[in-house]
Design a protein around this ligand. Structure first.
Ligand code: ATP
Length: 303
């Protein structure tokens, strides 16, 4: 039995360093290439596992070398992979160009992530039913996310839903069955129906999204911290002052930290404080999963 189950994506991130971001029709020689295990689902699972929680992952990888590496990475992080399945399609792959200033552009081929079905969820439903918390994002098919939320609601498993990447058309019914909704500013704007937005508006947008039926809403605000909305009350949690070098996976580390706080019996506010420490540490290191801190690092940072 796991504390936390993550139903979500795994990607191999192929990062190439380029002299500049290529223009249409241009061919460039890269100066370096690296591959890293990524995908929002896997990042959040690893974030929670490094903090000491018992974590299971339900997802899908391809019958290829990357699939093997992605599974090995979960195992190396003590994550139960009995809910993982292998697909004929390729493993999810993110192609990331990074220029010398650190700016990037990214193309993601979802591959096996898009092949998760309700049948797969049914085969592993006992993992979900026996978990305290289920974490979901939007890098797998929406109908599967909805099905898992319904299952969790029926079985009393608390859902943390990180609606990333931003998607139009998320239904109120799904929001109402979610225990904590955790969008960033872009995803919040999308869920409020307002794609263009200004920062001053964040409280209005938060109230608007909350009124769609949220039980708890936490909006992550990058280096400004986060905003917790509950029953018409808005409370800010300032970020920790650190020297940020790479904010990749800040949101994923925050979600992992939040879930771990909750399974350990902390209140939502205490869990947000814990997640704020975790995510601050994550931005002090390069990379996605490479930057996710372990429990000891977080405890030392807190004390
Ligand atoms: P990503 O997509 O890169 O994973 P995100 O947009 O989902 O990130 P953010 O809102 O950028 O998530 O960040 C999540 C949390 O990480 C914030 O609420 C904050 O607590 C912490 N954080 C982000 N950037 C910084 C920073 N520069 N310094 C300290 N903490 C930060």
């Amino acid at each position: 039995m796991s504390d936390i189950v993550v139903v979500g994506s795994l990607n191999m991130d192929m990062v190439v360093n380029v002299p500049h971001i290529p223009a249409v029709g241009e061919t460039l020689l890269a100066t370096d290439i690296h591959h890293y295990a990524g995908g929002k689902g896997a990042n959040q699972a690893v974030a929670a596992a490094r903090l000491g929680a018992k974590v299971s992952m339900i997802g899908r990888v391809g019958k290829d070398k990357n699939g093997e590496l992605l599974l090995k990475n979960l195992r190396d992080n003590n994550i139960d992979v009995s809910g993982m399945e292998i697909d004929e399609d390729m493993s999810g792959t993110a192609f990331i160009n990074v220029d010398p200033l650190g700016d990037n552009n990214i193309v993601v081929y979802p591959g096996a992530n898009n092949k998760i079905t309700i049948d797969q969820i049914e085969r592993h439903r006992s993992i979900i039913e026996n978990s305290k918390i289920c974490i979901l994002q939007l890098e797998i098919p929406y109908n599967v996310v909805k099905y898992v939320v319904d299952l969790c609601y029926e079985k009393g498993v608390k859902v943390i839903f990180n609606p990333a990447p931003a998607l139009e058309g998320i239904e109120d019914e799904l929001i109402k069955k979610t225990y904590i909704l955790v969008p960033n500013e872009t995803e919040l704007a999308m869920m409020s129906g307002k794609i263009e937005f200004i920062m001053d508006n964040i409280e209005d947008l938060s109230r608007k999204v909350y009124s769609r039926g949220c039980e708890n809403l936490i909006v992550t605000l990058g280096n400004k911290g986060s905003l917790y909305v509950k029953d018409g009350c808005l409370k800010y949690f300032e970020s920790k002052k650190v020297k940020a070098v790479d904010t990749t996976a800040a949101g994923d580390s925050f979600v992992g930290g939040l879930a771990v706080g909750l399974v350990e019996g902390k209140s939502i506010e205490e869990s947000i404080k814990f997640a704020t420490f975790v995510s601050a540490l994550a931005v002090t290191k390069n990379g996605a999963q490479d930057s996710l801190p372990n429990r000891l690092e977080v405890e030392e940072f807190i004390n």
